[in-house]
Design a protein around this ligand. Structure first.
Ligand code: XLS
Ligand code: MG
Length: 346
């Protein structure tokens, strides 16, 4: 395992959230984008991730010319600050046209809206200097099974991917699976589902995946196994590290907050497979707790990176030799304790 491998870090403007949940108002005042960029710089992160309407607010009310102008202006500001745009993701879950899904909506006009917005998102990504589009397929699923035809939905997803791949010969699409919320069941719940879509498209090598730790937990899966699976296909093009306490609402807790051992295993598998050696970033898709005071607003991001880096040390100092002997002797009882005591610092 290389001891010199280094990582680059990023987060998105939505990760500095105002603390609103479905049962109450915001608890921190909204901030301008420039303030958020300033905070990212201050923390020493390397890149920012974007939704299309993070780049161009109120995107649906603007002309293409206006959209591209604003994107170019933002790119100039980012260049001036030395910050890269990691990816751009079409936000296909707030518009009235996406109430019943986007690419899989039952209304053909709404499906067209989703595709048009995705193609424009690709144009924006190009201006922002990234070839990576992230698709979190938020509403591609159902609340009740009978509402949509599941097989047709897969075909609609492939058709949408084909349009995107055809629109720009360089663009790469990373699908971010999540099993539920806001839907009862999503059509692409796991990394296996995401990667299985690729060969159905016109250019399988440009369809890959993004893994979010919490989304794996919500699917009842171990995030480190999901990471390893995607990396076995050379398809892990981005990563949203965070944490999640069991099967409940999407919590986006700081990395390692709930389960340090699960976090350790994610870092270990990233180390073993040299994640980042093709320029992939470690992104933290984390949110401050609702209770967080304004003066502690950035702690969840700084802490996530600190925990990550401490776990890199732990992965590098893990006693592989003893572990291999225990594995050879099938003494998993002792192996279990080896890991626990290593994490405890003994
Ligand atoms: C939501 C997703 C979202 C994506 C980007 O659960 O994690 O934030 O990462 O569209
Ligand atoms: Mg995410």
């Amino acid at each position: 395992m290389s001891k010199t491998h280094t990582y680059e870090f990023c987060f998105g403007p939505w990760n500095i959230s105002e603390g609103q949940d479905p049962y109450g108002p915001p608890v921190r005042p909204p901030q301008e984008f420039d303030w958020k960029l300033g905070q990212l710089k201050k923390l020493g992160f390397d890149a920012m991730m974007f939704h299309d309407d993070d780049v161009v607010p109120d995107i649906d009310s603007k002309t293409s010319a206006q959209i591209f102008k604003e994107a170019r202006e933002l790119k100039k500001r980012l260049d001036g600050e030395g910050i890269a745009a990691e990816m751009v993701a079409p936000r296909l879950w707030f518009a009235p046209e996406t109430i019943d899904g986007a690419y899989t909506s039952n209304d053909p006009r709404h499906r067209q809206y989703a595709v048009d917005r995705s193609l424009r998102c690709i144009d924006i990504a190009k201006i922002m200097g990234t070839d990576l589009i992230v698709l979190w397929l938020a509403r591609e699923g159902t609340y009740i099974r009978e509402a949509k035809n599941a097989r047709r939905s897969v075909e609609l997803l492939v058709a949408a991917l084909d349009k995107m791949l055809g629109h720009d010969k360089k663009v790469r699409i990373a699908i971010e699976p999540k099993p539920n919320e806001p839907m009862d069941h999503a059509y692409i719940p796991t990394i296996g589902h995401a990667l299985a879509l690729a060969p159905l498209t016109r250019d399988p090598k440009r369809v890959g995946a993004l893994i979010e730790s919490a989304h794996c937990t919500l699917a009842g899966l171990d995030p480190s196994d999901e990471i390893a699976f995607a990396m076995a296909f050379q398809k892990l093009w981005s990563l949203h590290l965070n944490d999640q306490n069991g099967l409940k609402f999407d919590q986006d807790k700081p990395f390692g907050s709930t389960n340090l051992r699960v976090a350790f295993n994610q870092v270990r598998v990233l180390e073993q497979n040299k994640y980042g050696s093709n320029g992939e970033y470690v992104c933290f898709d984390v949110h401050p707790f609702r209770t967080t005071k304004v003066e502690h607003w950035m702690a969840h991001l700084d802490n996530s990176r600190r925990t990550f880096l401490r776990l890199v040390e732990k992965a590098r100092s893990y006693d592989e030799k003893t572990a291999q002997q225990l594995i050879a002797n099938r003494d998993y009882q002792a192996l279990d304790q080896l890991v626990i005591e290593h994490l405890l610092g003994k």
